[in-house]
Design a protein. Structure first.
Length: 480
């Protein structure tokens, strides 16, 4: 590390070498009221230029006592609230890149870093992926500081800790780890901080990068941490004993640990009557099961065991397949792939036409395929029901896992019939039981005395508030 020199020209030369060909860097030298030479450096529009001119440069040129010593020059003339003293030029470079300003005076071996960030960002808007009819309508933005403020606005406690670090060797992205002291498992918080500090990534551009580096088990499609764009959901997770990871430039906050039932919960479940919430959550759970089992079950029964169905239904299925030139497995797989492609196309299209493309495209393609005799009407119905059930799951992370597993179940049912179907579903549940998220079993809290109070159903809030924190210190007994 190179210490700040008392020779101002030597310091300016260092900055010139480091920031060579950086035309957006403002480097200004001026003379303070004391007669000393002063140098200030910051990036244009990344820092608040008006504030620096009014409170820093004006203070040094006009307001400072003319007899001030070099060190007092920086201590007394900088009237802005957030000023940090630094000893090394590398620290100055790091802060300038973060949007702050560095001030160095001639004859002084210490510099001052002034918090002057003015990062362009959109305002707080409504959530796009976690829409709620009832409850708060604000969402996280791409500004880390705005996101931490939205959380602190909901949790006004001195026990809410916020530890800031930088991730990515090249991007030096600001990242904050938040948790409630005394509620969260602090060993888990330390584990997450250690993982973040030792990440070998050159660039961290979104919270999705951090998610992939945090997960040790790379062989599962199931999400082991949860992403949310809702501040109320993040605040609720913190009060339950979870840890929140806020990444600058990303509107999604990571919550860890995460269990399977976390992805079936929506924010408005807690804002309305518990009977209604329980009914809706039960529907989501059943829909999630149907989303990855129905196509495989249809293939297994149709190809191997049609006698399991009522005779009239079995005859109708056989009649609907008259003239279809391909096998049931090929038929179901092709239509499922077409549906997934259509859904992906609808997501990438502009919002004004994306929904229309999905509805109209699905109707036209399905009807045309049936009229052409390429697929049977029942397969279209099975594919549509499967798609509707997958849309009912609040989490896109879990939906993505089910979309992939669905094809595994289809292939198993096509190869071994109903036995293959049952074996594949059993393998999925065994896999779920083997997973853990930072030491917490993935199927938690099943098996506990109070395990069903907020899983398949939701009991009244009064009964839930009597429990210990769901993800807290007493529950997270297994170390990662």
């Amino acid at each position: 590390m190179r210490m700040i020199s008392g020779d101002l020209e030597e310091n300016i030369k260092y900055f010139g070498e480091i920031f060579k060909d950086c035309g957006d860097l403002v480097k200004r030298r001026f003379t303070a009221k004391t007669g000393q030479k002063v140098f200030i450096a910051y990036f244009d529009d990344l820092s608040d230029r008006e504030m620096l001119e009014r409170q820093v440069i004006h203070g040094l040129m006009v307001d400072i006592n003319s007899s001030a010593e070099p060190r007092a020059l920086l201590e007394n003339a900088l009237i802005t609230a957030d000023v940090t003293e630094v000893l090394y030029l590398e620290n100055c470079v790091e802060e300038i890149l973060a949007g702050n300003a560095a001030v160095i005076a001639d004859g002084c071996r210490r510099g001052a870093v002034i918090s002057a960030k003015k990062v362009p960002s959109r305002g707080v808007s409504k959530p796009d992926t976690e829409i709620s009819v009832q409850g708060p309508q604000d969402a996280f933005t791409e500004s880390m500081r705005t996101n931490t403020v939205l959380i602190r606005r909901r949790i006004r406690s001195e026990k809410l800790k916020c530890i800031q670090i930088k991730t990515g060797k090249k991007t030096m992205t600001d990242t904050a780890v938040l948790y409630l002291s005394g509620t969260a498992d602090e060993k888990t918080a330390e584990k997450i901080l250690t993982l973040l500090k030792h990440m070998t990534a050159d660039s961290i551009l979104d919270s999705g990068y951090i998610e992939q580096y945090l997960i040790k088990n790379k062989k599962t499609p199931f999400p082991l941490v949860q992403l949310t764009e809702r501040p109320d959901k993040a605040a609720a997770g913190l009060t339950e004993g979870r840890i929140a990871i806020v990444c600058d430039n990303s509107p999604f906050v990571i919550l860890a640990p995460a269990v399977l039932f976390s992805f079936y919960q929506a924010s408005e479940d807690y804002y309305q009557n518990w009977l209604i919430s329980s009914f809706v959550r039960f529907l989501r759970t059943v829909s999630g099961l149907i989303a990855f089992t129905l196509p495989g079950l249809y293939v297994a029964v149709t190809m191997y065991d049609p006698s399991m169905l009522p005779a009239e239904l079995s005859l109708r299925l056989a009649g609907s397949r008259i003239g279809v030139p391909v096998s049931t497995m090929t038929e179901v797989t092709a239509l499922e792939l077409a549906f997934e492609t259509l859904r992906e196309a609808g997501v990438r299209m502009p919002a004004a036409v994306g929904g229309t493309l999905g509805v109209v495209g699905g109707i036209i393609i399905g009807q045309a395929a049936v009229d052409a005799g390429l697929v049977s009407p029942m397969v279209v119905i099975v594919t549509a029901v499967t798609g509707i059930c997958s849309f009912s799951i609040p989490s896109q992370q879990l939906t993505g896992a089910y979309r992939l597993i669905k094809f595994f179940v289809i292939i198993s049912g096509a190869v071994l019939g109903i036995y293959g179907f049952m074996l594949s579903v059993l393998c999925v549940f065994i896999h779920l039981a083997s997973l853990d998220s930072f030491g917490l079993p993935y199927l938690y809290p099943l098996g506990k005395k109070a395990g069903l109070k907020d899983t398949f159903f939701r009991l009244p809030l009064k009964k839930q508030s009597e429990n210990e924190p769901v993800f807290g210190q007493k529950n997270n007994g297994v170390q990662p």
